[in-house]
Design a protein around this ligand. Structure first.
Ligand code: FAD
Ligand code: SF4
Length: 509
């Protein structure tokens, strides 16, 4: 009888995959906790724990359903910590005559598994992970020959293809996008809801990771570890989102506040990126919930959420496969600075950054606008090398896997791709941060001051960024206005000097 060994990676916890439709005594699943995954960048401790715990729960679930599983823990004696060696040894020991794996989402692992497959000496097959709604090459093929890959046209096509928020061939309520109806600052604390809690015992896995001296960043509280680490918990988080948070999602998706780290965001990214939940089931559940509760929930809340998953998430994955491996080396502005030390402590006088970075280190989470318009905005204005920025983002967030991290960080946030993901850099002065929340009112700097003692660094760095990149940006039709304003500034020289001073002393800000 032919025997098949099937590898399951840590972000392939998709219990709905056709692999698991039938139990088959000739098939064995292999799951490995590996140092190559804990060590390719220093990760947040909560991220390492969440991955291993979710993998363990997934393996147990498979066994309960009657599948054969080999699970090798990080500290197992026979864990050589070498993926190729491990696969080879199981193939030899148990006489497997076929090896299969689900296509990885990361370029790094894709290349590694192709090589392992070639050297293995038995037939080897990569199959679809059955998670995404589009093929790896879909974005590349759809935009063949075009310079920019516009997300909005991709998103509209996805709405039609999957019949989401549609009325025949037209968008429901006549509009594709309700973005302009969203985006308020949160003024009333009473709107906030309590997060869904998932208390669980993480002591065993935490001890293993600590004993192995895995180098990690950030904090963990054993008694308050709260990420969903199974499909059941993930579904509960999704239900909680529909019942309590969807009603205000769109309105406050861009809000910045010290009151609450999660606001009305779903906290579903880890469950989605490990494939414990599928994107279509999330989108369809939210659509159905909205349809049943149209009296209370405006379509703009549901559309705003659905666009993130049906649009941005799929689109970013498509860009990744269209542009890797070159994407990982892009540095359009040739930025070279190192990240200030306070990225690892949150210890800066700038409240927006101390809060957003502090929260990231504490919870392995920041919401989109904290990542984009606070932390990323600062890194771009300060001219930090995109490699440094990528490494930090890839390590710190619970949901950071390269395909979705790098496209957002190097692409959307740092514009290091020169305009593949976005049509212009996401930069702002203190104005925007002040408008969207309460950080500035707790800050040592003054958001209205541009130069002199206590002037907010974002103000002078903003104009310095445009000034030093004039050659690269001035002809961009979406930016011309900024240059006209810059050229009319009466105190331009003072502003540039102020920015230079700050750039020389980033660690002291
Ligand atoms: C600089 C930067 C780095 C980022 N790095 C990551 C990352 O490593 N991993 C990651 O999953 N997301 C990343 N994002 C996108 C987004 O910030 C997170 O998906 C979101 O904050 C996760 O929290 P949530 O689940 O509460 O999201 P919600 O606000 O509730 O949104 C719902 C879902 O939409 C999806 N989504 C939203 N925005 C995006 C986006 N721009 N790209 C892809 N999917 C999106 C996510 O799956 C998310 O769970 C990054 C964004 C920026 C600006
Ligand atoms: S004043 Fe400037 S540094 Fe302080 S919170 Fe506002 S934007 Fe951030």
């Amino acid at each position: 009888m032919s025997k098949t060994l099937r590898l399951i990676l840590g972000d392939q916890l998709n219990s709905q995959h056709s692999w698991f439709e039938e139990q088959d005594s000739s098939t064995t699943y292999l799951m490995l906790e590996m140092r190559q995954e804990t060590d390719y960048v220093p990760h947040h401790i909560q991220k390492v724990i969440a991955f291993f715990l979710s993998m363990r729960n997934f393996a147990k679930d498979l066994e309960t359903k009657g599948h054969q599983v080999i699970y090798i823990s990080l500290d197992a004696k026979d864990n050589s910590q070498n993926l190729e060696e491990m696969i080879n040894s199981f193939v030899e020991k148990d006489n497997f005559d076929q090896f299969e794996y689900q296509l990885p989402d990361e370029y790094r692992l894709d290349e590694q598994l192709k090589t392992i497959g070639k050297n293995l000496g038995i037939p080897c097959r990569g199959v679809d992970s059955e998670h995404f709604l589009t093929e790896r090459e879909y974005v590349k093929d759809s935009f063949q020959g075009k310079k920019t890959f516009v997300m909005e046209s991709f998103y509209r096509q996805m709405r039609k293809d999957f019949n989401i928020l549609m009325d025949g061939k037209e968008p429901l309520q006549g509009k594709w996008n309700f973005d302009h109806e969203n985006r308020f600052a949160l003024k009333d604390k009473r709107l906030l809801r309590k997060a869904k809690k998932h208390p669980k015992d993480i002591s065993e896995i935490l001890e293993i990771v600590q004993k192995a001296e895995v180098k990690t960043i950030g904090k963990i509280d054993e008694n308050a570890f709260d990420w969903p680490c199974s499909r059941e918990e993930s579904i509960e988080v999704l239900d909680h989102f529909c019942e309590h948070l969807l009603v205000h999602f769109g309105d406050y998706q861009d809000a910045l506040t010290t009151w609450d780290p999660f606001l009305f965001h779903s906290r579903l990214s880890f469950a989605l990126n490990t494939k414990m939940l599928g994107p279509l089931e999330v989108v369809q559940k939210v659509e159905a919930y909205w349809k049943e509760h149209q009296d209370e929930i405006d379509i703009s809340q549901a559309e705003g959420f659905i666009r993130q998953i049906l649009g941005w998430r799929e689109y970013m994955r498509g860009i990744y496969w269209a542009k890797m491996p070159d994407f990982a080396n892009m540095n359009f502005f040739n930025h070279q600075r190192k990240l200030p030390e306070w990225f690892w402590t949150g210890d800066t006088k700038m409240k927006c950054l101390s809060h957003s970075i502090g929260q990231s280190l504490e919870l392995a989470y920041a919401h989109h606008i904290q990542r984009l318009m606070v932390i990323g905005n600062f890194a771009l204005l300060a001219g930090i090398h995109p490699d440094e920025v990528d490494q930090w983002y890839l390590g710190v967030y619970i949901d950071a896997i390269e395909w979705v991290e790098i496209t957002n960080t190097r692409g959307m946030s740092q514009f290091a791709d020169g305009g593949i993901v976005g049509t212009k850099p996401y930069v702002s002065s203190a104005n925007y941060i002040h408008k969207m929340g309460n950080y500035c009112s707790h800050c040592a700097y003054s958001h209205t001051k541009k130069v002199g003692e206590g002037a907010c660094p974002f103000n002078s760095l903003y104009w310095h960024f445009y000034d030093r990149n004039r050659e690269k940006l001035e002809n961009n039709p979406r930016i011309g206005m900024a240059y006209r304003t810059l050229d009319k500034l009466k105190n331009k020289e003072e502003l540039m000097n102020q920015a230079e001073e700050y750039l020389k002393n980033l660690d002291a800000l």
